[in-house]
Design a protein around this ligand. Structure first.
Ligand SMILES: NC(=O)c1ccc[n+]([C@@H]2O[C@H](COP(=O)([O-])OP(=O)(O)OC[C@H]3O[C@@H](n4cnc5c(N)ncnc54)[C@H](OP(=O)(O)O)[C@@H]3O)[C@@H](O)[C@H]2O)c1
Length: 247
């Protein structure tokens, strides 16, 4: 018996990194999962193959979630295919790091649209389905940077702080329908996103983490599974999985 038998889950940005680890773990626990991706079809197919290999059920769900029409159509399609939608993990995210002196309006807009608007597009599309079911678990990937700020990440920090504020408001509005909305705030986690940071900077970052190492995608996935399967009376919260870098 899996913890999510009979449940349907969508994970945005699940072709690699944290999203991949999340979608695989949810599938291992019995959920039928939709693997959303934008460009990386090979990565997404690899994730689907991994899930099929242990007998899980997965579908690919291509959509640029920064586009409201695509995001909403993707959510609708998953719910129509499997007849319900129980767990939405808003994970897709990007960085375009520059100090504010160099940041362009396009850098600002692209990051805000991809990281924050997408959370609203997907959640508001899932909302009527979850209300009808009187059940839903929405988990939004924020970041410790949305709590603490970080040099060179004004756009990213604003998007991730916005996610925390959105999470609390959505939690208040949806609680009466048995829909919980929570945020996960990872610290620095070993994925492609982190590998874009220069190695010398990575060493500096590591020296500030009390646990002395970066997080692993699978460690983020375990916290998401907890919020999806075992956290019935938790809503509007941020779970920090960050090795102690922000307390
Ligand atoms: N890594 C960290 O240190 C860290 C720390 C705190 C929070 N986070 C957050 O955790 C989440 C996952 O990060 P990660 O490190 O796993 O990133 P990653 O390895 O760069 O993967 C990003 C994923 O998002 C997808 N994506 C990007 N833009 C998209 C769009 N417009 N529509 C649909 N999918 C899109 C990518 O798919 P395609 O390539 O197919 O487009 C990919 O699957 C992000 O929200 C990030 O901000 C990460």
């Amino acid at each position: 018996m899996g913890k999510l038998d009979g449940k349907v889950a969508v994970v945005t940005g699940a072709s690699r990194g944290i999203g991949r680890a999340i979608v695989v773990l949810l599938a291992k626990e019995g959920a039928q999962v939709a693997i959303n991706y934008n460009n990386d079809i090979a990565g997404a197919q690899e994730v689907a193959d991994e899930i099929a290999a242990f007998g899980g059920t997965a579908m690919l769900a291509q959509a640029d979630v920064s586009d409201s029409d695509q995001a909403r159509a993707m959510i609708k399609k998953v719910a129509e295919t499997w007849g319900r939608l129980d767990v939405l993990v808003n994970n897709a995210g990007i960085t375009r790091d520059k100090s504010m002196r160099k940041l362009t309006d396009d850098d600002w807009m692209t990051v805000l649209t991809t990281n924050l608007n997408s959370v609203y597009w997907c959640t508001s599309a899932a909302m009527p389905i979850m209300i009808e079911q009187k059940y839903g678990r929405v988990i939004n990937l924020s970041s410790y940077v949305g709590q603490a700020g970080n040099f060179g990440q004004a756009n990213y920090a604003a998007s991730k702080g916005g996610i925390i504020a959105f999470t609390k408001t959505a939690a208040i509005e949806l609680a009466k329908y048995n829909i919980t909305v929570n945020a996960l705030a990872p610290g620095f986690t070993l994925t492609d996103m982190l590998s874009k940071v220069a190695e010398s900077v990575q060493d500096q970052i590591k020296s500030k983490i009390p646990m002395g190492r970066f997080g692993m995608p699978e460690e983020m996935a375990k916290a998401v599974l907890f919020l999806a399967a075992d956290a019935d009376y938790i809503t509007g919260q941020q779970i920090n999985v960050n090795g102690g870098v922000f307390m």
